[in-house]
Design a protein around this ligand. Sequence first.
Ligand code: CUK
Ligand code: CUA
Ligand code: CA
Length: 628
Amino acid sequence: MSDKQNEKEVKGGLSRRGFLGASAVTGAAVAATAFGGAVMSRETWAAAVKEAKNKVHVAPGELDEYYGFWSGGHQGEVRVLGIPSMRELMRIPVFNTDPATGWGITNESRSIMGEYYPNGDCHHPHISMTDGRYDGKYLFINDKANTRVARIRLDIMKTDKITSIPNVQAIHGLRLQKVPHTKYVFCNGEFFIPHPNDGSSFDLQADNSFTCFSAVDAETMKVAWQVIVDGNLDNTDADYTGRFAASTCYNSERALDLGGTMRNERDWVVVFDVHAIDKAIKDKKYVMMDGVPVVDGRKAKNSPFTRYIPVPKNPHGCNTSPDGKYFIANGKLSPTCTVIAIDKLPDLFAGKLKDERDTVVAEPELGLGPLHTTFDGRGNAYTTLFIDSQLCKWNIDEAIRAYKGEKVNYIKQKLDVHYQPGHNHASLTESRDADGKWVVVLSKFSKDRFLPVGPLHPENDQLIDISGDVMKIVHDGPTFAEPHDCIMCRRDQIKTKKIWDRKDPFFADTVARAKKDGVNLETDNKIIRDGKKVRVYMTSMAPSFGITDFTVKQGDEVTVTITNIDQIEDVSHGFVMVNHGVSMEISPQQTSSVTFTADKPGVFWYYCSWFCHALHMEMMGRMMVEKA
Ligand code: CUK
Ligand code: CUA
Ligand code: CA
């Protein structure tokens, strides 16, 4: 955005291209009031924008301050960005197939993926924590499309576990236990289904139709327990005591149609008492469903595990403030956010409060379509307004005072964003270390911000400097399908390996198989025939493969296992078998393997697909397939 445009926006001008003019007027009016009429001078504003731009500029060769992990939406992957440059550093395939690395093609990846689906739908990436601080060990992400949860090891930036969640459909909200450490990954099952869902009943209003809140053990990646809930589950977050998690529900109506989901003026935030659930599991007070211990947390059952706090209307985001004091539910169809005091929850569960609403300490009116809230660690919250296409900065303490009846304007600024923002995310915001430097706003529509690329437009991720009193947009970043959410941490919080460790569990199964075949992967180039199965073991070192030709029979099942014995950082090799749909990465000290059928007689070349050496083109070999 030009400085001029930025300047106009903070003054509340109608500078945005495209539609939403009317709501911009409303937003602008509020913004002007929020500044108390004290609009910055043109010079002050220009200087502030210049300063922000200098800060965002990461010169060639310089490193970013933060890692950002972006959900790749229905592309099914995770992307790694540098912040503030917004440069894309890497893509981590998760639920998708990736020809560059062989994810979904190699034996190592297929054994992690389990039951194979060609797609996934990632929304919520979250970094594991110890005592409320990112520990840089794992990143977890949901797959709404096929009801799965994945774990990425951040030392190698590869997916190492994928778990299918039983008894529910479509994992949407996902957050981690923050304290004492990430023992559980909390997962919201969005859609209610009959139990059993075997075609014997399609009655979704019956008592045996429900969805569940799931806790996945972060180390084993097994489902530790599930809680049956009323309504449905949208987003979730956990507290800083380790006892509570909270989820929004937009369908308290149990409706099956759009109109029905909007009938109630209030839906709810359902609060889970993790300690009470853990105790019931320990005391064996549960039923087993599809191998998982399940407790009943439905409202009508007067459950000790849950409380249902009414909040307006079809709430979406659920966010814990980094001081650990509040759960904030974002109203979506209500122009409000609901602030729930976490220190009142023990009394709520103990039956000491008259009403669930007694936990609500503020309900600020922010604008149209509040979806998600993020925090600067200085007491301010930043809420995306989907319909208004704005980011609203507001002060939590002041909103609480206003709720008590004091006349105080808690709205600090409304900034136009482009356009229709979903999630936003401030640096380190989900941890005690929230540092209030950057906010990323993930806008769903880019409209006219970029060169046109046909009917399908990119999304637009905007970087906003929040270090001062005034928010400033400093960068537009077009992205592809569709980052719902992202997370940022300091670069010192992530420690990556530069080359593979030969003992890495990622390829331990393959190492064990080689051992059974009497093959030393680091030195041997060997072909083992086992009936119609042929196992080809070879090393790779720039610029050659250890085996440059081998012969098999038509119909043989061929497994090629390659160990890259290069020790030099960044010298990755690839292996592509022409006309066989075979492609994989073998990075320094890594072992990768792929199995395919040699179903066509003839000569087939294989080659290295990662440019590794001046003689990279010459790094090749041939498979001869004899007619059956
Ligand atoms: S999200 Cu999943 S529908 Cu607002 Cu967390 Cu986009
Ligand atoms: Cu090895 Cu290119
Ligand atoms: Ca509703």
